[in-house]
Design a protein around this ligand. Structure first.
Ligand SMILES: *Cc1c(COP(=O)(O)O)cnc(C)c1O
Length: 528
């Protein structure tokens, strides 16, 4: 067969007989059957009180298991058993966000009813960038913007909010708007052809998320034009040192057009001093963007909101509702203090805003302001929970998580063999295990080995970060069912794992690590 003259194949002909797979794939009966299977399994998952971490498989093992589920009859009809097995494989190999053993990451279990709504928006899709396709999502954008605007303290009608898919995209969008403001013409002619003196540069804290450091590469600024702002003892950007750093950057011919601060750093959940940084940004005529992916949700809590003091002075900030507002990913809100700049990130549309795009309906559309073309209407999941349970629900859950993390901090502080790295600002706590007699050269290595062994044991799941070259363990309390007894269980697990590791390293049980007698017995209530 030649490529130039392809034979017509029967595959391309319209079939007369009713194709079975079509029927099976779109059958309402099969759909409802699948929902029943899924609902039972998810119900079981939510009822499962066991303490479990992650069951990590070798990638090849998992690929084989998944391949097995694809074999068999070519003429596939809907097979409920196969569907069931696929769901099981997914759930079994996943992070167990509903378990009290899950303390690793900022992903959260979601409010169940919001996930049900997510299914509805998948089944009855309404791409949310354009009003005619996603009317309610666009209307709800305005409602959520008003709710948050009131909490921020911005005058009604003065600001704008764009719903987008992840803080990585929100950071990109905001810093792009900042770049377009300072480097006039860069959108049309490219960064290299702008007339400004000095090399364009972005300033950010030492603990900035990797989605922020990436921006310099994406936006044509270059990684070498990233200015890292020094941190203080609380791992916040230190405004005084930052001022000095910015002055020397200017002396070196760098033109800092944007400062990216954080409210809730990934490493320890620290909030930068936003009011001071807003002053600093103003002094340099730079845009202040706040990556508030994690702690931005504090806006909904009367007692936590003061920790975001100065956020209202930022030019832009974003928060991830799929983190601390407990709805399905991705759901991110990007706010601009001045509504006029919301469509300057992607100005190709703005250049032909004309009479026909300025009507009542066009003014409601977000398509010109967000990165996506097709966009899930995820904002509806957030609005739904807000409508059903109210702002106070979010407030209560956040307050509880932060208070619980502080209790965990106090508990670890009282243990002689644990060391906390900071007082938590949020629900993230970094700590190390360093029993008496642990040589300094083994300290950092031990934390890495502990993270790996605890993960392999599968009872608890925690994470690790590197602070100034030292590995430290990290817990993120996203689950409101976690209590101090779980933190105690985790410390037992850490001690047991440490003893095993140190025996392997040192040959002898040289350290006075208290541990249960038989480390091979791992039951849910094993104690040391
Ligand atoms: C999670 C997080 C991000 C990345 O957000 P995505 O929604 O995963 O794209 C960026 N910055 C901070 C501080 C975060 O916590």
């Amino acid at each position: 067969m030649s490529f130039a003259h392809p034979e017509p194949t029967s595959d391309l002909m319209i079939r007369n007989e009713s194709p079975d797979q079509f029927d099976a794939a779109f059958s309402v009966e099969n759909f409802i059957g699948a929902i029943e299977i899924a609902a039972n399994k998810i119900g079981g998952l939510l009822n499962d009180q066991s303490i479990r971490g992650v069951s990590l498989q070798r990638p090849q093992t998992l690929i084989s298991a998944a391949r097995t589920l694809m074999s068999g009859d070519e003429k596939k009809l809907f097979d409920p058993d196969r569907f069931s097995a696929i769901v099981d494989l997914y759930l079994r190999t996943g992070i167990q966000v509903n378990s009290r053993g899950y303390l690793a990451r900022q992903f959260s279990s979601v409010v169940p009813v919001s996930a049900v709504f997510d299914l509805i928006t998948a089944m009855a899709p309404q791409p949310a960038s354009f009003y005619e396709a996603g009317q309610l999502a666009n209307a709800v954008d305005k409602i959520m913007a008003e709710e948050f605007g009131r909490l921020i303290g911005w005058p009604a009608g003065s600001f704008d909010m764009v719903a987008t898919s992840g803080t990585s995209l929100a950071n990109l969008t905001a810093v792009l708007a900042a770049r377009n403001r300072r480097l006039a013409g860069s959108w049309e002619h490219g960064v290299a052809f702008t007339k400004r003196k000095g090399r364009p540069a972005i300033a950010m804290g030492m603990d900035a998320h990797f989605s922020v450091t990436r921006l310099a590469g994406i936006l044509g600024i270059g990684q070498n034009q990233i200015i890292r702002l020094p941190l203080n003892a609380l791992r916040q950007i230190c405004p005084d040192k930052a001022a000095a750093t910015l002055r020397s950057a200017a002396d070196c011919g760098l033109d800092v057009f944007c400062i990216v601060a954080a409210a809730g750093t990934t490493s320890i959940g620290a909030n930068d001093p936003l009011a001071e940084l807003a002053d600093l940004a103003r002094a340099h005529d730079a845009w202040l963007h706040v990556d508030a992916a994690h702690n931005g949700a504090f806006l909904v809590s009367d007692s936590l909101r003061p920790r975001l003091k100065g956020l209202e002075l930022a030019d832009s900030f974003c928060l991830d509702a799929h983190k601390m507002l407990f709805v399905p990913a991705l759901c991110t809100l990007l706010f601009y203090r001045d509504k006029e700049v919301a469509d300057t990130a992607f100005p190709q549309q703005a250049s032909y805003v004309s009479e026909d795009r300025n009507d009542e309906i066009s003014r409601f559309e977000s398509g010109m302001k967000n990165f996506e073309c097709t966009k899930r209407p995820s904002i509806l999941n957030l609005w739904l929970v807000w409508a059903l349970f109210g702002r106070r629900f979010f407030e209560n859950k956040l307050n509880h998580l932060v208070a619980m993390t502080l209790s965990a901090h106090d508990y670890l502080t009282g243990l002689p063999d644990f060391k906390v790295m900071h007082r938590p600002e949020s629900n993230i706590l970094c700590f190390t295990y360093c029993p008496d007699g642990l040589p300094a050269f083994q300290r950092s290595r031990l934390q890495l080995a502990l993270r790996n062994r605890i993960r392999a044991e599968g009872r608890y799941f925690i994470s690790m970060v590197n602070l100034d070259g030292e590995n430290v363990l990290r817990m993120v309390i996203m689950n409101h069912r976690i209590g101090l007894e779980d933190i105690a269980g985790l410390t037992d697990e850490i001690r047991c794992c440490a003893r095993e590791i140190l025996e392997e390293w040192n040959g002898t049980p040289s350290l006075s690590v208290a541990c249960r007698e038989d480390v091979s017995v791992k039951t849910a209530d094993a104690s040391c």
